[in-house]
Design a binder for this molecule. Structure first.
Ligand SMILES: C[S@@+](CC[C@H](N)C(=O)[O-])C[C@H]1O[C@@H](n2cnc3c(N)ncnc32)[C@H](O)[C@@H]1O
Length: 397
């Protein structure tokens, strides 16, 4: 699979080699590295990881395209969906975006908030990558008036003070470093990255520790069947702790997660016996996470049942769970499209808008592969649109 991929240029190779050197040194001194730690280094090692070094990543010139990169319609719909919550919470309500990417979502969302007449008190962006934070800052400074920029602030860590408002994350949970597990003679093993005799990276399995084994057993109990021997997949044992860390201080409001994934019994289908881990390099998807470390985006699909459990354990109830297409259609996509179409000045712009709607909603594009999950806490009434609540498929979780 990896042999069909485009070759990186000399700078990219040198960059990947520097990360490889770091990984080799660490593995040589500490022994095989759990896959989750390897993925964390590949994505976030300061100055070397995929998200922490200056690669294009997003959009047509990068490695993948996310919904906010397609245009402004996605952000407009998100704002339409959560605007009643912001309005109900009043002038002190904040909007917190996790993982701001290129800043495309923040730019379009802030414009949509202006149009809706409900500006967040603060527009906060929690972005672990210093490089992306800088790009977001530059983009917003160039695109938005100073009084809007004055509301934007970047956070190094989740808010510690209690706050009210909306937390939003598109394609962030899929980027959390994932644990890979497999089963041998009924016992859980955790995938590690080791070095072969010639110093090349290789994958190897070691008996799972109590946290990972417990997470695998929890899945089996919930699925009502043991995994077959040799079955391999991903799990995020740390998800409840992560959720508590990012959302614990949100005392009243709504969280919205959009990502690709499935409910648990679809995620862990017996035939999906090699998991959901994917690497993306210049719009080529492949399944070799050891190929050119640091140059590929690494992701795993989201087990939305696990996300719901994590939200529940942090004190939130699931308000709605539905495919992205239904979420957007129930959140004003048609009206947003018609308005933008009427304002478009040429055929190219109109064509792009039609393409944007197609990519956001067609089942085999993002429409059904991506899901939206809304959580709520501390609200006396749930001010979400009736159409949105009616489209809820939370019973499938
Ligand atoms: C696939 S990108 C998606 C970016 C953007 N949301 C979009 O849709 O274009 C993943 C983003 O999540 C960020 N990220 C990764 N781990 C995170 C975490 N623990 N908390 C907040 N953001 C995180 C990455 O730095 C990156 O900005």
């Amino acid at each position: 699979m990896a042999s069909r991929l485009p070759d990186p240029g000399p700078d990219e190779r040198a960059h990947s080699d520097r990360l490889l050197q770091l990984l080799r040194t660490q593995i040589a001194s500490q022994g095989p590295m759990p896959f989750a730690q390897y993925m964390e280094r590949c994505l976030y090692a300061p100055g070397l990881g995929y998200y922490s070094a200056g690669k294009t990543k997003f959009g047509e010139g990068g490695d993948f395209v996310t919904a906010p990169e397609l245009g402004g319609l996605f952000a407009q719909c998100v704002v339409t969906a959560v605007q009643p919550v912001m309005a109900m919470l009043g002038e002190e309500a904040d909007f917190l975006e996790l993982g701001g990417g290129s800043g495309a979502f923040a730019e379009a969302a802030l414009r949509a908030f202006v149009q809706a007449g409900t500006l967040p008190h603060r527009y906060l962006i929690l972005e672990p990558s210093a490089d992306l934070r800088e790009r977001q800052r530059e983009r917003l400074a160039a695109a938005l008036p100073a009084e809007l920029n004055a509301r934007v602030a970047w956070l190094d860590r989740p808010p510690e003070q209690a706050w009210r408002g909306v937390l939003f994350a598109n394609e962030v949970v899929d980027a959390l470093p994932t644990t890979r597990f497999t089963l041998r003679a009924g016992e859980a093993y955790e995938e590690h990255v080791a070095l072969d005799g010639e110093g090349r990276l290789m994958r190897t399995d070691r008996p799972a520790d109590a946290l990972v084994a417990g997470a695998v057993r929890h899945l089996e109990r919930d699925l009502g069947r043991p995994f077959d021997d040799g079955y391999r997949s991903e799990v995020l044992p740390q998800l409840p702790y992560w959720m508590q860390a990012v959302a614990g201080s949100l005392e009243a409001g709504v969280m919205l997660f959009v990502d690709y994934g499935y409910v648990r019994r679809e995620y862990y289908l017996p035939e999906r016996h090699d998991g959901t881990l994917m690497a993306h390099y210049r719009h080529h998807a492949h399944n070799d996470p050891l190929h050119w470390p640091g140059l590929n985006d690494l992701t795993a699909s989201v087990d939305f049942t696990a996300l719901a459990e994590a939200g529940n354990s942090a004190g939130f109830g699931v308000a709605a769970y539905l495919p992205q297409a239904q979420f957007l259609l129930a959140s004003g996509l048609q009206q947003a499209f018609e308005q933008a179409h009427a304002q478009a000045t040429d055929d190219f712009a109109r064509h792009r808008l039609a393409q944007e709607v197609r990519r956001l909603t067609l089942p085999e594009q993002m429409g059904e592969r991506f899901q939206a999950m809304l959580f709520a806490r501390g609200l006396d009434v749930l001010p979400l649109d009736a159409e949105l609540l009616a489209a809820d498929q939370g019973g499938r979780l």
